[in-house]
Each structure stands twice: as C-alpha cells, then as structure tokens.
Design a protein. Structure first.
Lengths: 119, 182
C-alpha cells in the first residue's frame, strides 16, 4: 500500500524545479474537451497521455486542464494549446499517441503539428 | 460508454458545472448481493422538481450551446439494460445525488474500467473542488480524500501533472489491495 507521505518528496521536487524557472514567463496551457461527447470518444486517454508525458519529461511551465463540450463533437477528442501570448491552436480527432506527439513537437519544440489542426 | 468509469467521469463533470465544491463518490461491489452501485452526491446548485424530472431526457440541457444533454440518459439506459435502475434526487440550492445500480452478473453490465484514470482526469479540472472517493468491495473499503492530499502538497495545485500521476498509482494500488484474496 502506498502512503500519502510519498507526496512530500514529489512536492519538494516539483517546487525546486518551479523555483529554478521563476523568471521564465513562457507558460503553455493545454485544454482537453471533456463533455459527454469527448469522454465517449476517448478524451480521457488523451488527457492521461498528456499528463504522463509532461510528468515524464518534467515539464514545469505547462498546465493541463479540461473543459466541457466545446461544440465540435464530431471531431472529438479535442485539445487546445494556448501559448503565453494568448494565441491558440486547436487539434481534433486525437488519441493518446497523437497527444504525446503534440507534447513533444508543439509544446517542447514549438512546432505545431499542422496535419491535426482543425479550424 | 464502454466502461462505467467513463459514466462516472461524465456525471462528476455535471457536478462541477452545477458549481459544486464538494463531491462524494461511492462505488460498492458486492458479490453476495450481486450488485454494483455508483453514488455521486454533490453540494451544487441542485434542481427543482421540474428540472430534475427532465434531467434524464436527452432533449433537456441547461447548456446554452445546444439543447441536447446525453450524460444522465446514457447512464440510465445502461443501468436499466443491466437489470438495474437510476435514481436522481435533487434539491434546489442543496445539491444533487445520482445513484445507479447494476446487476453485477448481468451479461450487459460494462466493466468498471479505469477508475483511477477517470479520477485523475477529473482532478485536472481548474476549479477547486474536493472529492471524497470511497470504494467498497465485499465490505472492504478504500478511501481517497483530496482534502488530505491538498494539505500535503500545499502550495502546489492538485492538477500538477506529477501529483496526478502519483494519485493514479495510489488509487490503482489501493484497489488492487481491495480485490486481493477474493
């Protein structure tokens, strides 16, 4: 059985890395659509993959959140990538594998994956 | 939906959209009584009798973007197809309780699926919301209270990816212990 005390170590690690990047204002926000439509078409796997990838790569200037139905149900699962300057790119018809690639290519290297962008 | 845990994630979202900040999720698996039940109780805005009676219709939604809401009707249809039922109780300004019961042995009862993943996904929501998750398997209990976690990780938010990944492992190992020695 795992213990809640293990959280202390994870917290210290996370905090020390945040302190290192304090004056880094390049924050990226990922938003996954989680309405009934999103959930039914696999949005949970997308969010799971994104979280896992971010934790694995120890990316600290990226936040992940979710939202209700965005209104493009036919293209779910959807994910928006918000840059620090307020611009946004929306990806559609995702799965876990595509989501991981978006983290690697767009979030880490700054190159949007144009073939999955929808308007 | 292919897994009950996806229904759970879906109904939990309803609670947040109803401005709940405290949600209790209780799952009970009882082999002897042949039941699998899911209860989600929140302190959100609640519904009056008229709204509550419409909530299980797919052609009712409080959402403004369109008039269709599939979450509760899908869960209800699923429960009823599996020898069970869905009961919705709600009081304006006090909150809503959704209770769904499935016959465990029914052919069509979906697997519970990846509960840990549903809960972590839910906690990635950007609104501060407390969740108490209780899972009972044949009278053995596992509990996760996000208030305890938030206390330990303060000032980090609960949707920090490394924290969510840890919570997922924590739930999975807790459930494994529950199901041991069946």
């Amino acid at each position: 059985m795992k213990s809640l005390d293990e959280l202390q170590k994870i917290k210290e690690e996370a905090l020390s890395e945040i302190n290192l990047r304090e004056n880094n204002d390049k924050k990226i926000k990922l938003v996954v659509g989680m309405g009934t439509c999103g959930i039914a078409s696999g949005a949970r796997e997308v969010l799971d993959a994104v979280l896992d990838e971010i934790a694995k790569r120890k990316l600290k200037d990226v936040t992940v959140t979710q939202t209700g139905c965005i209104g493009l149900c036919a293209q779910e699962p959807l994910m928006e990538v918000w840059e620090s300057d307020g611009s946004k790119v929306m990806y559609g018809n995702l799965d876990g594998k595509k989501a991981r690639q978006i983290v690697a290519q767009h979030v880490v290297n700054g190159i949007p994956v144009s073939e999955w962008i929808i308007n | 939906m292919e897994e009950l845990s996806l229904h759970i994630l879906d109904i939990l979202q309803n609670s947040v959209e109803a401005k709940a900040d405290f949600i209790q999720l209780k799952i009970v698996e009882d082999i002897e009584k042949d039941i699998l039940s899911i209860k989600i109780k929140d302190n959100g805005s609640g519904m009056d009798n008229e709204e509550a009676s419409k909530a299980c219709s797919p052609f009712y939604s409080t959402r403004k973007t369109r008039k269709i809401g599939m979450g509760l009707p899908l869960l209800q249809a699923n429960a009823e197809a599996c020898g069970g039922y869905l009961r919705l109780t709600s009081k304006k300004k006090e909150g809503t309780c959704v209770f769904a019961l499935f016959r465990r042995s029914h052919w069509d009862t979906p697997p519970l699926g990846n509960i840990a993943s549903s809960i972590c996904t839910f906690l990635a929501w950007n609104e501060p919301v407390h969740l108490v998750y209780t899972h009972v398997v044949n009278k053995k209990t596992f509990t996760l209270d996000t208030r305890e976690i938030i206390e330990k990780i303060d000032p980090l938010p609960i949707n920090t990816p490394s924290i969510l990944v840890w919570i997922k492992d924590y739930i999975n190992s807790g459930l494994k212990d529950l199901k041991k020695g069946r």
